[in-house]
Design a protein around this ligand. Structure first.
Ligand code: SAM
Ligand code: SF4
Ligand code: SF4
Length: 333
């Protein structure tokens, strides 16, 4: 097996995002406002054994980072068991095992996940104000998520990242407050531009708060200095506080400052489809290959052939842009 996974534009794939479920207990208006559509039969969902086997093949092909996501990945029962299986891949080249979660169940499970081998968590937190949090997520759970973040810190699931999708008319006034939160709690804030991947189809260009505006809003209160010399394949531009305070901010601006040229990511959906781009309109059934009796070498050949079909970029800013049929809660952010 060759140990690199390169697409037809010369981009190396180092980062795999694995969605564990399409289900979610939140109703974030920018993702899944009306709840889940009918679920696909359970038999189509990859088992932990299948996920671990697929991940082992990806790691053998040079993937260094695995992020578990969803839907809400913590709804998947016995998650620490899967984390344990994936953590074993660190002996074979995996460098980083992370989880993205809405934080609702984190206070209870942070320590167990750490023991199982999880390196770190990213927690979504769209507002520090109870009412806005409820308005954005459909759940009155701000205090609970903050408890989850505190528990993750105690369990040393660090460095902790906090994701906030910034949407005009909802939380753009809070951007500098979030920067203050990053300083106080020594976490890395990630501000994300609203992307047209919401199942409610409410996205509009006017609702996007640009990365540039986000930075200006932070710098009105806290001057920033670059935290990275080269951005590489990172999705965010990263900044530190010029007064040397703890914490960091990152700005993920896929709409106004696309970073597709350096993309190192592919995604695996809960039902075993490889998506080579967030905005893919086609999927590739790794599940069928895994269940066909194929050897690991054959699975690897299939993965390599799929990666060669990776899209060069997204087309959000083209007049002909159409939202993909599967939305963020299926794809895994
Ligand atoms: N449920 C988990 C959570 O919310 O962290 C993991 C899955 S969620 C789909 C992963 C990330 O995607 C979250 O940080 C969320 O804020 C982000 N996201 C969802 N819909 C988005 C959209 N339309 N534009 C930008 N980011 C979005
Ligand atoms: Fe659920 Fe995460 Fe989507 Fe919110 S962003 S609805 S928590 S999957
Ligand atoms: Fe990668 Fe597609 Fe996202 Fe561009 S839009 S960074 S190609 S996943």
């Amino acid at each position: 097996m060759t140990t690199t996974l390169t697409d037809s534009y010369g981009r190396q794939i180092r980062d795999l995002r694995v969605s564990l479920t399409d289900r979610c207990n939140f109703r974030c208006f920018y993702c899944l406002p009306h709840g889940e559509p009918p679920m696909s039969p359970k038999s189509q969902t990859l088992s932990f054994e299948e996920i671990a086997r697929a991940c082992a093949v990806f790691v053998a092909l040079g993937v260094e980072k695995i992020r578990l996501t969803g839907g809400e990945p913590m709804l998947r029962r016995d998650l620490p068991v899967l984390v344990g299986k994936l953590a074993a891949l660190k002996a074979r080249g995996l460098l980083d095992l992370a989880l993205t979660t809405n934080g609702y169940f984190l206070a209870d499970q942070a320590q167990t996940l750490k023991h199982a081998g999880l390196d770190r968590v990213t927690v979504s937190l769209d507002s520090l104000r109870r009412e806005t949090f409820d308005r954005m997520t459909g759940v009155d759970a701000l205090a609970r998520v903050l408890d989850g973040i505190a528990a993750a810190k105690r369990a040393r699931l660090t460095p902790i990242k906090i994701n906030a999708v910034v949407v005009r008319g909802y939380n753009e006034e809070e951007v500098a407050d979030f920067a203050a939160f990053a300083r106080e709690h020594d976490v890395a804030m990630r501000f994300i531009e609203f992307m047209p991947l919401d199942s409610g189809h409410d996205w509009s260009r006017e609702s996007v708060v640009s990365g540039r505006e986000i930075r200006e809003r932070i710098e009105e209160r806290f001057p920033l200095v670059p935290a990275q010399v080269r951005r590489g394949s990172e999705t965010s531009s990263r900044w530190r506080f010029s007064d040397g305070a703890a914490g960091e901010v990152g700005i993920i601006a896929p709409v106004t400052e696309a970073f597709c040229g350096a993309c190192s990511r592919v995604r695996l959906t809960a039902d075993g489809q490889i998506r080579t781009c967030l905005f893919s309109t086609v999927e590739h059934s790794l599940r069928d290959v895994l269940r066909s009796g194929a050897s690991d070498d054959e699975v690897a050949d299939y993965v390599r052939s799929v990666v060669l079909k990776k899209e060069p970029r997204h087309y959000i800013n083209d007049p002909s842009f159409r939202q993909p049929a599967r939305t963020m809660s299926f794809i895994g952010g």
